[in-house]
Design a protein around this ligand. Structure first.
Ligand SMILES: C[S@@+](CC[C@H](N)C(=O)[O-])C[C@H]1O[C@@H](n2cnc3c(N)ncnc32)[C@H](O)[C@@H]1O
Length: 263
């Protein structure tokens, strides 16, 4: 079983607060030079990040591998113009085309099995963006930092659930294997007062990590250029380049206005 089997609890606990959603919206608008009108999330979960964009007037399109996630996203986007589909993030297909932006936060890219899958995904997103469109992408960058000791990544106090009761999530990095290019993540769900949820649940999964130089190659091969990057740590520093061992980063990739002509 996976935490993704509890889409409603996931959405209750991980929906971004308005201030965080505003920051991301404004960042994308600054990079585009205008407010985004059409946005998509290739691994949208229960529309955790799509809904704030829908509330700000965007047409939103979401894709996810899991039907349960798409059913939850359908409920949460009911009052907004949207389209949703079940599918793999390497083979996206929406009714709308020419998106201003795509968002894929929380290192969901790392669920893909290997670098060739990542390249296929990047090329697919590139093809669905309009020229000048941007892709906000969360990645994990590790080169040499092999790590066998556990590190707490995220934990909150109990919070109310929309379906009743309370819960919190705890994410721990159990290990990082820079040879295999994988980070092993443990996620725990603690609940009380909701008979439909287990009192406690634990899952582990691997996320792909990237050496800095390899990630830059993949970005280049896909046709994107790196426009901006922000550290996901207390500094929240914006950086010009993807440095080795940068850890968790949010990147803004841009589909250039003019693509190089094919000869
Ligand atoms: C961290 S969660 C959801 C993140 C989501 N962007 C949000 O705003 O909440 C990651 C999601 O990726 C989905 N996923 C995993 N592998 C996938 C794939 N190959 N294609 C599409 N979705 C995938 C999972 O089902 C899960 O819903």
């Amino acid at each position: 079983m996976s935490i993704y089997n509890f889409p409603s609890a996931y959405a209750s606990l991980l929906t971004p607060p308005p201030v965080a959603a505003d920051e991301i919206f404004q960042w994308i608008a600054r990079c585009l030079g205008s407010r985004p009108q059409k946005i998509m999330d290739p691994a949208c979960g229960p529309a955790t990040w799509l809904r704030p964009f829908a509330e700000r007037g965007c047409y939103v399109a979401g894709n996810d591998l899991r039907l349960q996630m798409i059913l939850e996203a359908t409920k949460r986007l009911r009052d907004f113009p949207h389209e949703l589909r079940v599918g793999d993030m390497r083979t996206l297909s929406f009714r709308e085309k020419d998106f201003d932006a795509a968002i894929n936060l929380d290192a969901s890219l790392g669920h893909l099995p290997d670098e060739s899958a990542v390249l296929a995904h990047l090329r697919c997103v590139w093809s669905l963006l309009r020229p000048g469109g941007v892709y906000l992408l969360g990645v994990i960058v590790f080169d040499d930092q092999h790590e066998d000791s556990a590190e707490l990544l995220y934990s909150e106090d109990y919070q109310p659930l929309e379906d009743g009761g309370e819960a919190f999530l705890r994410y721990t990095s159990l290990s990082r294997d820079t040879t295999q290019r994988k980070e092993r993540i443990q996620v725990e769900l603690f609940t009380r007062g909701n008979p439909d949820l287990p009192r406690y649940f634990k899952d582990t999964y691997d996320l792909l990590t990237f050496p800095a130089h390899r990630l830059k190659q993949l970005i280049h091969q896909s046709g994107f250029v790196l426009l901006d990057a922000q550290m996901i740590d207390d500094s929240a520093e914006h950086v010009d380049d993807i440095e080795p061992d940068a850890g968790d980063l949010n990147l803004i990739l841009q589909r250039p206005l003019a693509s190089p002509s094919l000869r």
